[in-house]
Design a protein around this ligand. Sequence first.
Ligand SMILES: C[S@@+](CC[C@H](N)C(=O)[O-])C[C@H]1O[C@@H](n2cnc3c(N)ncnc32)[C@H](O)[C@@H]1O
Ligand code: SF4
Length: 367
Amino acid sequence: MKTLGLYIHIPFCKTICVYCNFLTFANKSTYIDVYIEALKKEILLKSKKFQDYQVDTIYFGGGTPSLIDKKLIKQIIDILKINFNIDGNVEISIECNPESLNTEKIQYFKKIGINRISLGVQSLNRKTLWKVARPHNEIVTLQVLKELKDSNFINYGCDLIMGLPYQTLEEFKEHIDIILSFNPKHLSAYFLSYDTKRIDTFIKDSPKEEEQIEMYKFLIKKLKKEKFLHYEVSNYAKKGFECKHNIRYWNQEEYLGLGLGGHSFINNEVSENIRNFEKYLENPILIEDKYKLDKDIKRMDFIMLSLRQSIGINLNKYKKLYGGKHLQILLKNAHKYIPKELKYTTTHLKPTEQGFLILDRITKELI
Ligand SMILES: C[S@@+](CC[C@H](N)C(=O)[O-])C[C@H]1O[C@@H](n2cnc3c(N)ncnc32)[C@H](O)[C@@H]1O
Ligand code: SF4
């Protein structure tokens, strides 16, 4: 049986963070119930085509899935269980914000089968959080981290951003120590990406690129010491706690995106659900855009997505899919980066920690 990952988009937030580019709204809370009804309709209609698939990952992303009534999350899981073939060991992840998570919700999530929580910490500096319009301060975050630690919920992790206003290397180091004291199994740390028009107001207060790189280097060293695997350029996990759903994206495996603007990759076709909220409510199976992935684009994506992972490019697979000539060209282009930025083994071409730092450049040259 083929396997499938499901992504469920929950486009509601308490406030809109200054740097956010995700499809989400802070002024539509009165529409949450009708949105969930539309989502259920979409699930019923689309699931029919996936009866020969086994779902092994489900990911509630946003937006802020923890913001909506927890019973609605249960309703979605119930309807997924009825309409898809769900693997007994399915990974079910949910993105949560500190201000909308507490012990009661953690226990409830566990009871309904959610086995992975990703907490949006971003920073523990109060002034930073306020400046970017996060709806929580660090006290709230620390309280939730304590509740996660004290609960019997094992697999939780934290998301962080490097490059936010008022961040310094010294303070970042302190924050990492604090976060690690709560024993998370996973950490994601992204460099801030931004749209210059919207962010001009605070970018002047952000650490310079060199300081951000020092933060990244510190994190790599520190987390290695703490026995985390740096399994993707921005992701670290204790062994066995890597996010299976995200690995599915990076391995070009199939996934179905449900909800407003959800992205899918099925049968070599990439598609995006309608992004207009009102149109989605009227007809939740409308498609915004779709196209067949051309073989050469897929090959380039293969290189790019493999290089993001520490496992790197599987050379045998690459040769089998794209032929010996493409493999020769790949190795020729990679030559100047071996061994400092790329490690060449008999089976793989893997980015080193140095390589992760200049991944965009290496990727461009290799494709
Ligand atoms: C879908 S987002 C949001 C999840 C949740 N609502 C939150 O804000 O914590 C998932 C993660 O992407 C990262 N992220 C969001 N916007 C970003 C940006 N502009 N630059 C870098 N990372 C970003 C954050 O670390 C965030 O936790
Ligand atoms: S809470 Fe998360 S999804 Fe919502 S606006 Fe902020 S970054 Fe975006």
